[in-house]
Structure formats: C-alpha cells, structure tokens
Design a protein around this ligand. Structure first.
Ligand code: ADP
Ligand code: MG
Length: 240
C-alpha cells in the first residue's frame, strides 16, 4: 500500500530524515517508536505530504506521491491523520465536526454524512455526544471524535502521531481501545506512540527510529524481547 525508498527530509541545515526505506502492506499495523527529536512526526508528515520530502520512491496505492501529475488532495483524502492535539473546530458540534469534510470536500449529502457520522460515533462509543461542543468533552472524548472525523473521509490508511500523549492517564485506555478495534477491523495504520503495551499487543511490526533512520524493525516480540541494535536496547531500557 505504501512504498518508501530512500526518503530524506532536511530543514535548512538540519538533516532530519536520512534515508528511510519501508513498505507497508494493506491491513498492516506499524508502530513507530523512538526518542524525541528522532524524526517520527516528520516522517508521518512526509507520508501525506504535509512536509515535502525527497525520495527515490514514495508511492501510495501504486501512485507516485511526488509526481506533479497525481492529485495530492485526492490521495491525501485516503490518508486519515490524528494528531496529539485533536484540533476539533470549537464552534461546531461533534456531528458537524465529523460531517463537514465529507459534505464540503467529498460532496456527500448531509443525510448521508450524518448517517455515517452516527455509525462512527457508535464505533468510538460516543453516540450520545453528537450535539455536544468540543469544550464540554474530556480529552479522551475529543480524541475519539478526532478519530471518527478522520474515518468519516473513508481513508485507506490512518496515521496517528502520539494520539494519547496529551491525555490524562485515565483517558489513554479508551483511545487505545478504539485504535485496537480499528486494527482488528483491518485498517492499515501507522502509529507513532510511546505506548509500549499497545505496540506489543496490536502492532504487526515495530519500527525503532533514531537519528533520522530506521535503526531496527521487527515483530513486537523481537523488538521488545531481543532487540539487536544497541540504540534500541538503550531506548527500551529507559521506557520499559
Ligand atoms: P519526533 O516526532 O521524533 O520527536 P520531529 O519529527 O518532530 O521528531 O523532529 C525532528 C527534528 O526536526 C527536530 O530536530 C525538529 O526540530 C526538526 N523539525 C521538525 N519540524 C520542523 C520544521 N517545520 N522546521 C524546522 N525544523 C523542524
Ligand atoms: Mg513527534
């Protein structure tokens, strides 16, 4: 589904990504771990071209993301993104937050968009909050709305950038549980997270990133039980 070869990203003099190679299959759940500043967010942002990288290959569903002729807006719609800070529209209800893009960008009818929104609210456990405003929700509820909003665009892959890092500890579980459900339903997911329990349980593959490269990748058991790379070992010692 996603094919990345020799991806680089530089900000001024700062070489942040120094040759990332990765392929992600449909239905795969890839969890990206690594120290702060190692380029994890930049990597995710390059995947949906919120940052413009260079690469030998950067393709999504067989289409070259770096080719001018391909419609980036259309491709980007197929990639849902969930950030640390949920960025809901404060002046809109939960329902409006979820339906606005399907209506404005995809041209869905209000009825169609609202029907789907209620299904998604059911999925994230918030069917009673459709008419609420973001300010009246907890952080965990806001993040679940943000996930529903991303799903409303019918993405083929979901990118999560530390979706639980801004949450009070008691709300982390409810968000991870929604993500786990999504994974079980077969959604392709790339998740930057410090939640090692989630990575262990849900990831098909764990990527350890440091210094702008993938230092090590493997199944969760390999990475967590028998890390080969010295940097992986010392990182895991600090976080586990
Ligand atoms: P991580 O998510 O792993 O903590 P980031 O991808 O956020 O790391 O950042 C990696 C490096 O890229 C940092 O040195 C950061 O300062 C730099 N960086 C990220 N975004 C920008 C930007 N928009 N402009 C300049 N430097 C950036
Ligand atoms: Mg980050």
């Amino acid at each position: 589904m996603i094919n990345i070869q020799n991806l680089h990203k530089t900000f001024g003099e700062n070489q942040v990504l120094k040759g990332i190679d990765l392929t992600i299959d449909s239905g795969e759940v890839v969890v990206v771990i690594g120290p702060s500043g190692s380029g994890k967010s930049t990597f995710l942002r390059c995947l949906n071209l919120l940052e413009q990288p260079t690469a030998d290959t950067l393709s999504f569903e067989g289409k070259d993301l770096l080719a001018e002729k391909n419609n980036i807006d259309e491709l980007r719609q197929k990639m849902g993104m969930v950030f640390q800070n949920f960025n809901l529209f404060p002046h809109m209800t939960v329902l409006e937050n979820i339906t606005i893009s399907p209506i404005k960008v995809k041209g869905e009818s209000t009825a169609e968009a609202e029907k789907k929104a209620y299904d998604l609210l059911q999925l994230v456990g918030l069917n009673d909050k459709a008419q609420s405003y973001p300010a009246s929700l907890s952080g965990g509820q806001e993040q679940r709305v943000a996930i529903a909003r991303a799903l409303a665009m019918d993405p083929d892959v979901m990118l999560f950038d530390e979706p639980t890092s801004a949450l009070d500890p008691e709300m982390v579980g409810e968000v991870l549980s929604v993500m786990k459900t999504l994974a079980q339903e077969g959604m392709t997911m790339v998740v930057v997270s410090h939640e090692m329990g989630f990575a262990r349980e849900v990831a098909d593959r764990v990527i350890f990133m440091d210094e702008g490269v993938i230092q090590e990748e493997g199944q969760p058991e390999e990475i967590f039980n028998l890390p080969k790379n010295e940097r992986t070992q010392s990182f895991l010692k600090k976080v586990l």
